[in-house]
Design a binder for this molecule. Structure first.
Ligand code: ADP
Ligand code: MG
Length: 314
């Protein structure tokens, strides 16, 4: 199968069709119309076999996660996702694999109204790179640098489930609880929540490398410190039933929940859709010695574990 028939068969017409797309897959580059008064928000995330996922991960789940982690970056900015490009590096042409990958990408892309407008197809060790583009009203993107002393700190959903699944897989070879496996392999991007935080959140980040590490990014960018109340962290039934260490919720990665700061009074006035679980987990304080300080019922507790995932420091 040639490169061009792979593109035609598995990459053309994927996802939603936007009227702002002037030119999609098939030319040297795609052309999109950015409406007046909007900013284009762009991000890319790569997934490498053996680094970001196990070789036996089903292609449908791989496609879901690839798009979901990118959607999560749009969510953190309050942007509405619109377009994507895909750099696909595959060791060989496996039509069953490509069909499952493509169908799954198509289905999540339609759900979030994302159109695949281009990409690149090469052979090599399995590596997937997806670039996502979204729109936000000019100047409105939620950035990491806006947290202010006195703001409260919130997080969506549950923390630590994905990290617990990864730990079980690494230590026991498999994950016995499908809910935990789902948290790891099928993260649900918080796009709707991100959009609903526009004008209210002072800063936001998606929790991908671990809560403490990601909140430290907000703290540093905003020149403040964040006090986290450990007993307030939202933990799922599955996490509690497994008696998993709290360190997984504090430092484990792959949650893809949104952490954000906002004045408490502003959040109290927001009418979140009942489907969002939003938990207040701390406060923004003035810049101190550490970007993030952990407290447990008022007492400061030291941060003992490594802070988040870093590809180059292990
Ligand atoms: P070029 O050689 O000009 O870079 P390519 O031959 O790589 O173009 O790709 C041909 C067309 O197919 C381009 O429009 C490109 O964006 C698109 N394309 C290639 N690979 C993919 C892919 N994996 N997903 C979506 N579009 C793709
Ligand atoms: Mg090319």
């Amino acid at each position: 199968m040639s490169e061009f028939s792979i593109i035609d068969e598995y990459c053309r017409g994927l996802g939603y069709s936007h009227p702002e797309t002037q030119l999609s897959v098939g030319d040297d580059a795609a052309v999109v119309d950015v409406p007046v008064g909007m900013d284009l928000v762009v991000s890319v995330d790569t997934m490498v076999e053996g680094v970001h996922f196990f070789a036996d991960l089903a292609p449908a789940r791989l496609a879901h996660k690839l798009l979901a982690v990118n959607l999560s970056d749009m969510a953190a900015m309050g942007a509405t996702p619109k377009w994507a490009t895909l750099a696909l590096t595959i060791p060989q042409v496996d039509s069953g694999w490509l069909r499952a990958f493509s169908d799954s990408l198509h289905s999540l892309a339609r759900e979030y109204r994302v159109q695949l407008i281009g990409g690149d197809t090469t052979s090599g060790p399995l590596t997937l790179s997806l670039q996502i583009m979204g729109l936000v009203k000019k100047g409105d993107a939620i950035v990491r640098s806006g947290a202010r002393e006195g703001d409260a700190v919130y997080v969506s959903g549950y923390l630590g489930d994905a990290a617990l699944a990864l730990q079980q897989r690494q230590e026991q070879g498999s994950v016995n609880n499908p809910l935990l496996l789902q948290a790891l392999e099928l993260p649900q991007p918080q796009v709707e929540l991100g959009v609903s935080l526009l004008g209210s959140a002072t800063a936001a980040i998606d929790v991908s490398d671990g809560l403490v590490a990601d909140l430290a990014h907000i703290a540093k960018a905003s020149d403040v410190s964040i006090e986290l109340e450990v007993s307030a962290l939202p933990l799922s039934e599955s996490f509690l039933a497994a008696q998993a260490p709290i360190a997984l919720a504090l430092h484990g990665g792959d949650d893809y929940q949104l952490a954000f700061t906002a004045p408490e009074a502003v959040v109290a006035r927001l009418e979140f859709d009942a489907k969002f679980l939003i938990t207040q987990i701390g406060h923004v304080v003035s810049h101190g010695d550490e970007p993030v300080v952990l407290r447990s019922n008022g007492e400061q507790v030291p941060i003992r574990h490594k802070q988040g995932f870093d590809h180059f420091e292990k």
